[in-house]
Design a protein around this ligand. Structure first.
Ligand code: S3P
Length: 176
């Protein structure tokens, strides 16, 4: 089994940016589940929500996650996989994650998340109150999915990547 690290967390938690940075530092491949699902569907996530509905998108998303895990398993190098924020709402994804060795949850406060996510590209990030409710509903799912939960407050992308590397034992902790 090739090494891999799966990153989960709410929209706007920085999963893709941190995932890309970690892959660069580790010399691993990076796969973004949203981007992979979009290229598989031939449309954006927003278009998918309109055409096949959220339930249809979740089915595609779960299949994408399953494929990315299989590909990571078969790869020669390690892989960092960033999940979409709602992937954990699929039981199939939760079942897959249960047997993954390394799943990290990036925790973010809801206002920071909304500030980053409400850029018009995410169908579930247009109304602040609905976003807040979804955030609260999801928290227990992220904790169920991930063995490691990391509070991202006060960290920039390099700092967060460094912290994750320390936690997963890929670098020495800076200890004067
Ligand atoms: C979603 C998160 C998005 C994307 C879609 C739905 C969610 O991914 O999959 O808009 O339900 O939380 P990011 O977390 O990468 O923004």
């Amino acid at each position: 089994m090739a090494e891999r690290l799966i990153i989960t967390g709410f929209m706007g938690s920085g999963k893709s940016s941190v995932g890309r940075e970690l892959a660069r530092r580790l010399g691993w491949r990076f796969r973004d589940a949203d981007a992979e699902a979009e290229s598989q569907m031939g449309m954006t996530v927003s278009e998918a929500f309109e055409r096949i509905g959220e339930a249809g998108f979740r089915e595609v998303e779960a299949g994408t996650v399953a494929r990315l895990i299989t590909e990571a398993d078969d790869a020669r190098e390690g892989t960092v996989i960033a999940l979409g924020g709602g992937a954990v709402t699929s039981q199939r994804v939760l079942d897959l994650l249960a047997s993954e060795p390394l799943v990290v949850h990036i925790d973010v406060d809801v206002d920071t998340a909304f500030g980053r996510a409400a850029d018009g590209s995410r169908p579930l990030a247009s109304d602040r109150e609905a976003f807040r409710r979804l955030y609260e509903e999801r928290q227990s799912l992220y904790r169920q999915a991930a063995r490691i939960s990391l509070d991202s407050r006060g960290f920039d992308i390099p700092g967060l990547s460094q912290r994750i590397m320390e936690i997963i034992g890929k670098v020495e902790i800076d200890n004067p």
